[in-house]
Design a protein around this ligand. Structure first.
Ligand code: ATP
Length: 661
C-alpha cells in the first residue's frame, strides 16, 4: 500500500518556480555574453591524465634533444677550428635531429587525438544536458543557438591543445635550459634579449582579455546566425508563399555580417598581437647579431659561443611563440566554454523534484490498485503562468519583424541585426506573464473520455502540458489516481500517459522505428495489428518493404491525418492507461474524418482519455465536455447539457452545424 493519502509538504508555488539560470555578472563579459574561467577549462584538458603525461614526457625528451643540438654544434665548430674533428659528433648531431623530428610527429598526432577527445567530451556533456533540460529552456531559447553550441563552440576547445599549449609546457625545459646557457655564454647579450621579450609578453597578456570577450561575442553571433537560418529554413514554405523571401534573407545576412564583424574584431586584436611578438623576436635577433659581432671583434666572445648563443636564442623563442599562440587559443576557448558551461550549468528537469514530498510509487495502471476509487485525473483550482523568460522569448519570436521595424523607425538608430534589437528590447522591457490558466478544475473518472473545447488561446494545450509535467502549476494541484503529480517520478508518470501531439511529427526512419519509439520490444505482429486498429493497415501495401519502409520524402508519404493516426498507433502500442490527445486542426475529408473518429473510439476503449477537440463531431459522445475560454472553465457537461447551459458552446456547435441556429 502506498502512502498516497499524505498531503504533499512543499508549496505548489515553490515547486512551480522556473529553473534557476544561476549566472551572475561575474560570469559575463561587458556585452552580456557568458564567460568561463581557466579553472573550468582544466577538467576538460586534464581528463586523460596518463595521455597528457605521455605527451608532456615526449615533449620534454624532444626538448632535451633540441638542447643537445647547439651544444654539439659548438663542440663541432671548436673541433673544426682546432683541426681535430671526431666522427661521433656528426653522428650524434644527426641522431638528435632525426630523433627530435620523430618525437615531434608522434606528439603532434597524440595532441590532435586528445583535442578531438576534448571536443567529444564537451559534446557528450552538452548532448546529455540538452536531453534533460526542462521544456521551459527549449521554449525560451532559440533552437539554432543551442545547435551552434553543440556544433561550433565545442570545436574551439580543441585549439587550446593543438595550438601550442602542451608544446609550450613541454618546451619549458628548452626555455629554462636555453636561458641558463645564454646567461653562462654572455649575460649582457641575454639581458638585452630578455628586455625585448618581456615587453612583448606583457602586451600579449593584456590583449588576450580582449580576445576572450571578442571571441565570446563572435560565437554568440554565430549562434544567432544558426538560429536565424534554422528559423528561415523551417518556415521556407510560408516565406515563399508570402513573398517574404528577400526580406528574411536580408535578416539572415545581417546576422552573418554580425558574425563577420566580430571576426574582424578578433582579427584587429591579433593584428597587434602577432607583430608585437614577432617584432620583439626580430629585434632581439638583430641586437644579438650586432652587439655579439662587436663583442667577437673585441675578443670578448668566441665565434663558437656566438653561434651557440644564437641557436639557444631560437630555442628560447620557439616555446615563447607557442605560448603566445596558446594564450590567444585559450582566450578564444574560454569565450566558447562560457557558452558551453552556460547550458551545462542549467539544472536538469528533475533537479528540484526531491523538494516535493512525499515520493510515491504508483501501484497498477494509474494507481488503480492503491486507490481504486480515485479518479484517473483531477485538476483542483489549477492556475498557471508561463515563466517570464519563456513569455519574453515567445513574444520575441512572434513579433520579431514588427519590433525590428518599429525600433529602427522610432529610434532612428542603425541596428546591426534583428537579434541585436530584440536582445536590447527584451532586456529592458519589464514583462508580466499573463495568467494562462485561472483556477481550472475538472475530473476525468477512470475509463471516461473528457473533451476540452474552446477558442484558440483558451489554454487547452497548456492543460495537457501540465499533465505531462512539462511545466508545474503556479498554484492548485493535479493528481493522477489520487496522487499529486509532483509526488511521482517523471518517468513513472509519463509511462502512464500516452500523449498524441497536435500535428504529431513523424520521425526520420521506418514505420517500425516510429511505432517502436515507446516500446522497442514490440513484435512485427503487434505493429501490424496496431496499424490496423487505427485504420492504417493499407500503408503497408504502399511499399514492398512493409514495416521497413522509410516514412517521408524518401519512402511512404503520409497525409496529415495519417501522420496523426500513426502517432495514435505508436501510443496505442505502448498501452498507457491514460491518453492525452490533441486533435489535429488540419481539415480532414469526410472519409478521413470517419477513419480518425473510429481510431479514437478504439483507443479510448478501456482507457481514461483527455482530448482537445477542434471538431465537435469527434467528441459529441464524450462523457464530459469542458468548455474553456481565456484560461477559465466556463462550462462542463454533456453535449446536450452544454447546448442548454453554455452560450459559447452553443455558438461553436451551431458554427459546426451540430446544433440548429
Ligand atoms: N510556450 C509558451 N510560452 C509562452 N506562452 C505560451 C506558450 N504556449 C502557449 N502560450 C500562451 O498561453 C495561452 C494559451 O495557449 P494554449 O496553446 O494553451 O491555448 P489553446 O487553447 O491550446 O490554443 P490552440 O487551440 O490555438 O492551440 C496563449 O495565450 C498562448 O499565447
Amino acid at each position: 500500500m502506498t502512502d498516497t493519502a499524505t498531503e504533499p509538504t512543499a508549496s505548489a508555488a515553490t515547486a512551480a518556480k522556473p529553473s534557476r539560470r544561476g549566472r551572475t555578472s561575474r560570469d559575463r563579459n561587458a556585452d552580456g555574453t557568458p564567460r568561463a574561467s581557466l579553472k573550468q577549462l582544466w577538467p576538460y584538458l586534464f581528463r586523460d591524465k596518463p595521455m597528457m603525461s605521455l605527451i608532456i614526457g615526449i615533449s620534454v625528451i624532444g626538448s632535451a634533444f633540441s638542447l643537445a643540438q647547439p651544444v654539439l654544434m659548438g663542440l663541432l665548430i671548436t673541433q673544426v677550428e682546432g683541426g681535430s674533428l671526431e666522427g661521433w659528433i656528426v653522428w650524434a648531431l644527426v641522431a638528435v635531429v632525426v630523433g627530435d623530428a620523430i618525437l615531434s610527429g608522434l606528439q603532434h598526432f597524440l595532441l590532435q587525438r586528445m583535442g578531438e577527445t576534448i571536443v567529444l567530451d564537451a559534446r557528450r556533456n552538452l548532448i546529455r544536458k540538452l536531453f534533460h533540460l526542462p521544456i521551459s529552456e527549449f521554449d525560451a531559447r532559440r533552437t539554432g543557438d543551442l545547435v551552434s553550441r553543440v556544433g561550433s563552440d565545442t570545436t574551439l576547445l580543441r585549439a587550446v591543445l593543438t595550438q601550442g599549449l602542451i608544446e609550450a609546457i613541454g618546451g619549458a625545459l628548452t626555455f629554462i635550459g636555453a636561458v641558463i646557457a645564454m646567461l653562462w655564454l654572455d649575460w649582457v647579450l641575454f639581458l638585452i634579449t630578455f628586455a625585448c621579450i618581456s615587453v612583448s609578453l606583457a602586451v600579449v597578456l593584456l590583449l588576450s582579455r580582449k580576445v576572450m570577450a571578442a571571441s565570446a561575442a563572435a560565437q554568440q553571433k554565430v549562434g544567432e546566425l544558426t538560429a536565424a537560418t534554422e528559423r528561415a529554413i523551417s518556415s521556407m514554405r510560408t516565406l515563399r508563399a508570402t513573398g517574404a523571401v528577400e526580406r528574411e534573407q536580408e535578416r539572415v545576412v545581417d546576422d552573418a555580417v554580425g558574425a563577420y564583424r566580430r571576426g574582424l574584431d578578433i582579427a584587429a586584436i591579433s593584428a597587434v598581437m602577432v607583430p608585437v611578438s614577432t617584432l620583439a623576436m626580430q629585434l632581439s635577433m638583430v641586437l644579438v647579431l650586432g652587439i655579439g659581432g662587436v663583442r667577437v671583434a673585441a675578443g670578448d666572445l668566441t665565434i663558437a659561443s656566438l653561434v651557440s648563443f644564437i641557436m639557444f636564442l631560437f630555442m628560447m623563442i620557439a616555446p615563447l611563440a607557442l605560448m603566445f599562440g596558446a594564450i590567444s587559443a585559450i582566450a578564444s576557448a574560454l569565450g566558447a566554454l562560457g557558452r558551453i558551461e552556460e547550458i551545462a550549468a542549467l539544472p536538469d528537469e528533475e533537479a528540484r523534484d526531491d523538494e516535493f514530498r512525499p515520493r510515491v510509487t504508483l501501484v497498477g495502471p494509474a494507481n488503480v490498485d492503491a486507490m481504486p476509487d480515485a479518479p484517473a485525473l483531477e485538476f483542483r483550482e489549477v492556475s498557471f503562468r508561463y515563466p517570464e523568460q519563456v513569455v519574453r522569448a515567445a513574444r520575441a519570436k512572434q513579433d520579431a519583424s514588427g519590433r525590428f521595424d518599429r525600433y529602427v523607425a522610432t529610434t532612428g538608430r542603425r541596428a546591426k541585426s534583428a537579434a541585436d534589437v530584440l536582445l536590447r528590447i527584451d532586456e529592458s522591457e519589464p514583462i508580466e506573464s499573463p495568467l494562462v490558466l485561472d483556477r481550472v478544475s475538472f475530473t476525468v473518472p477512470r475509463g471516461a473520455k473528457v473533451a476540452l473545447v474552446g477558442p484558440s488561446g483558451a489554454g487547452k494545450s497548456t492543460t495537457l502540458a501540465l499533465i505531462e509535467r512539462f511545466y508545474d502549476p503556479t498554484s492548485g494541484s493535479i493528481s493522477l489516481g489520487g496522487v499529486d503529480l509532483r509526488s511521482i517520478s517523471r518517468a513513472q508518470l509519463r509511462a502512464q500517459l500516452g500523449y498524441v501531439q497536435q500535428n504529431a511529427p513523424t520521425l526520420a526512419g521506418t514505420i517500425r522505428d516510429n511505432l517502436q519509439l515507446g516500446r522497442p520490444d514490440a513484435s512485427d505482429d503487434e505493429c501490424v495489428e496496431v496499424l490496423r486498429a487505427v485504420n492504417l493497415g493499407s500503408v503497408l501495401d504502399r511499399s514492398t518493404q512493409g514495416l521497413d519502409a522509410e516514412v517521408g520524402e524518401a519512402g511512404v508519404r503520409l497525409s496529415g491525418g495519417e501522420q496523426q493516426r500513426l502517432a495514435i498507433a505508436r501510443t496505442l502500442l505502448a498501452a498507457p492507461p491514460v491518453l492525452l490527445l490533441d486533435e489535429s486542426t488540419s481539415a480532414l475529408d469526410g472519409r478521413n474524418e470517419a477513419l480518425m473518429r473510429e481510431s479514437i473510439e478504439r483507443v479510448a476503449q478501456g482507457r481514461s482519455m483527455v482530448m482537445i477537440a477542434h471538431r465537435l463531431s469527434t467528441v459529441i459522445d464524450a462523457d464530459e465536455i469542458v468548455v474553456m475560454e481565456h484560461g477559465r472553465v466556463i462550462g462542463r457537461g454533456t453535449h446536450a447539457e452544454l447546448l442548454e447551459t453554455t452560450p459559447l458552446y452553443r455558438e461553436l456547435a451551431q458554427h459546426q452545424l451540430l446544433a440548429p441556429r
